[in-house]
Design a protein around this ligand. Structure first.
Ligand SMILES: Cc1cc2nc3c(=O)[nH]c(=O)nc-3n(C[C@H](O)[C@H](O)[C@H](O)COP(=O)(O)O)c2cc1C
Length: 181
């Protein structure tokens, strides 16, 4: 099974990208996890789209989504919602036939402090993905708060309890992707 993780954060030491790396490490042998980022995707502009079509970075991501059996989006929370880079990417991807159509998508997220661990952003992303015709896993869910205590300075997951919870979530996700209940 081939899983594509998409990080909604651009920074090098992103804890959301770190969640996806942790998933890659814990994947069973029959599962491959690739991690994609949104670097290189320009701001959506309908004039640019009309003039030159989808940028290469969008076409590459589109192809990777289509090729995947399941997708995990690691979604940071910015000002109680989805980061602009992630919303921008989904706007590009939605054009000319969404690659998310009927795809199974899981959502996870890590945020700072004692906030609600990206819950608000994740629910906005669910609404967004509804428009793109994705099938999102209802639950279990992963909301990591206090990420400054649970990841190291490079964005690697160091907290055992979070790793354990993530592993259980990932197991449920893989079963849901495979069995398509
Ligand atoms: C512009 C901005 C807005 C933010 N707003 C929120 C927020 O609403 N809720 C929250 O939990 N964290 C918020 N944060 C903190 C992020 O959760 C934190 O920076 C997190 O580490 C970002 O994810 P990353 O580690 O993957 O880059 C905000 C950060 C930035 C830069």
């Amino acid at each position: 099974m081939n899983i594509l993780g998409i990080s909604g954060a651009l920074r090098k030491a992103s804890t959301n990208t770190g969640l996806l790396r942790a998933m890659k490490e814990m994947a069973p042998a029959k599962v491959t996890v690739e991690v994609a980022t949104l670097h290189g995707i320009p701001l959506f502009n309908e004039d640019d789209e009309a003039a030159t079509g989808k940028p290469q970075a969008v076409r590459d991501l589109d192809a990777r989504i289509r090729a995947a059996d399941g997708i995990v989006i690691a979604c940071p929370e910015y000002n109680f919602s989805i980061p602009g880079v992630l919303k921008n990417a989904t706007d590009w991807l939605s054009r000319g036939g969404s690659p998310f159509r009927w795809k199974r998508v899981g959502i996870v997220g890590a945020g700072g402090g004692q906030f609600v661990g990206t819950a608000r952003a994740q629910y906005h992303l669910r609404q967004n993905l509804q428009a793109l015709q994705a099938i999102t896993m209802p639950r279990p869910e992963v909301f990591v708060n206090h990420n400054e205590q649970k990841f190291d300075a490079a964005g690697n997951l160091t907290d055992d309890e979070t790793r354990h919870h993530l592993a259980k979530w990932f197991e449920s996700f893989l079963e849901w992707v495979e069995k398509k209940p």
